[in-house]
Design a protein around this ligand. Structure first.
Ligand code: OAD
Length: 238
């Protein structure tokens, strides 16, 4: 382990952690930009994760999310998720965890107050603003479920390409970036904004943990080439 970075972790009073899909790779969740397997291999996730795609082919997009939900429900948080949760438990109030992941694995590992910038794949919301007749608990079964009075459809409560991030969550993440003396950027390619921009506005040192080069490497004070489950337990052991 890089002693300089270990020193920064020990000295930091406010740590912000920004995670992406690579954080969950060792749990068995394929990263967003990895080739997909099986039935869905022919589709580009970036083409499916849009409102336009959902409106054009609601069953197909719903079924893709149902497949991802099933897959994610079967995996477990890895040693990296646990190391972050354990650190937060030992050092209350010292860390803010910001994630682009919708898989809920940080929360399942026990991390408190996770700022989930891109939502939660296990939640639904109405596609169009709900009317008085739209009751999610009584939605008609279907792919997707729908309001049998007005036809409004349920969709996953995740942020699709072209959509705004939840305002308050993003504001809290921006505050954490501006206030931190250390930001760990784990398992993200750094290509999707505004999430990636948080690393560029971080007030403190920026450390990247990723086995491969990322678009944020130029903003880093140190780059650790390794995986989340290998490096985080060593880095956060104090
Ligand atoms: P990407 O799939 O773009 O990038 C995953 C990153 O994880 C890559 O840089 C990999 O090198 C790295 N990686 C792979 N295995 C790793 C491991 N074991 N440990 C650490 N790093 C590893 O995923 P994101 O950057 O999260 O947004 O993508 C950002 C957003 O784009 C996603 O939240 C999603 C997507 O489109 C929306 O859906 C809005």
């Amino acid at each position: 382990m890089n002693d300089q970075v270990l020193g920064w972790v020990r000295a930091a009073k406010r740590i912000a952690v920004l995670t992406g899909a690579g954080m969950s790779a060792e749990s068995g969740v394929p990263t967003f930009r990895d080739a997909q397997t099986g039935l869905w291999a022919q589709f580009d996730p970036a083409q499916l994760a849009t409102e336009e795609a959902f409106r054009a082919r609601p069953s197909m997009v719903w079924d893709w999310y149902a497949f991802r939900r099933e897959m994610i429900a079967q995996v477990e948080p890895n040693a990296g998720h646990k190391a972050l949760a354990d650190f937060a438990r030992r050092h209350p109030g010292r860390m803010t965890l910001i994630t682009q992941n919708v898989d809920g694995l940080h929360q399942r590992a026990g991390s408190p107050g996770v700022l989930a910038l891109h939502g939660n794949i296990f939640e639904d919301k109405w596609l169009d603003p709900p009317k008085a007749c739209c009751n999610a608990a009584a939605a008609a079964a279907g792919s997707p479920p729908y309001c049998d009075r007005c036809g409004n459809m349920l969709r996953p409560d995740v942020v699709w390409f072209g959509e705004a991030l939840p305002l308050r969550t993003l504001a809290a993440a921006e505050d954490a970036a501006r206030a931190c003396d250390l930001m760990l950027v784990v398992g993200t390619s750094g290509v999707v904004y505004p999430a990636a921009g948080l690393a560029r506005t971080a007030a403190g040192k920026v450390v990247i943990i990723n086995p491969h080069p990322t678009d944020l490497d130029d903003a880093a004070d140190a780059v650790l080439r390794g995986t989340a489950a290998q490096l985080l337990p060593q880095l956060m052991e104090d």
